[in-house]
Each structure stands twice: as C-alpha cells, then as structure tokens.
Design a protein. Structure first.
Length: 142
C-alpha cells in the first residue's frame, strides 16, 4: 500500500456529498481489521489512531501538514492537488478511474468489491460514496 495514496484517499472519503451529516465511520479491510476512521468533525484517523488530515466543508482535502491534497466535487468527481480528475464515484456505487473504466463498486450494505467482484473490505456506518473513495482511490493501484 502506498502510504501517501492511502492518506489522500482516506481524506477524500469524508468530502463526498454531505460533510455535515457524517457520523463516525469505521472502514475495515477484507480481514476485518480497522484501516481507518472518519470522525464527526471531519478528522480522519489511520488505524493507529493518529490524525492524518481533515476535510473542509467546501470539499477541500488537507493533509496532516495543512496543505491541500485534493478535492471532491458535488458530482462525485475526485481531483488531485493539481486539479486533474483522478476518478469518479457514481450514484449507484460504481467507482471509475480517470480513464472511465470501472475499478469496483460499493454495495448498499457496505460491502466493497474490487473489479473482479471479490470483497476487499467493509464500511460500517458509512456513506457508500465515502467508503468507495477510501477503498478505490487509496488502495487501487492501476
């Protein structure tokens, strides 16, 4: 797992659609172990409990150093710090990379599936779009 990519995507997850309605959310890997948490105030914590960043109400994602590392737009487009699109999360849970190809999906029960249909994790008490951004843009290596 690329640590920087992990941090960026974990932070992006809390920015998607409805920042003000986020409840504490736990994200688990396929082995059931917690891989992160999104707190009510938008603080993102890694599995070790350390803060790795925060999302502002306008969708700007900031790393632990306060620098902008990306943004989530209201239509589900995920952008990197350079403003370039790195993917999109569709309303049905399908996640697409920057090339438009499907890289996976998050189901309504929180099960996260890779492009091969295999379960790669689970989102507990999560907005499906938040979980989709976390798993696919942090962990997917095209």
């Amino acid at each position: 797992i690329n640590v920087m990519k992990l941090r960026i995507i974990l932070l992006l997850t809390i920015a998607i659609f409805g920042l003000n309605t986020i409840d504490a959310q736990t994200l688990r890997g396929s082995n059931g172990m917690s891989i992160g948490k999104i707190e009510n105030d938008g603080t993102v914590r890694g599995s070790n409990g350390m803060s790795i960043g925060k999302i502002e109400s306008n969708g700007t994602v900031r790393g632990s150093n306060g620098m902008s590392i990306g943004k989530i737009e209201s239509d589900g487009t995920v952008r990197g710090s350079n403003g370039m699109s790195i993917g999109k999360i569709e309303s049905d849970g399908t996640v697409r990379g920057s090339n438009g190809m499907s890289i996976g999906k998050i189901e309504s029960d929180g099960t996260v599936r890779g492009s091969n249909g295999m379960s790669i994790g689970k989102a507990e008490n999560c907005n499906p779009k938040h979980a989709a951004a976390f798993f696919f843009f942090f962990f997917h290596n095209p």
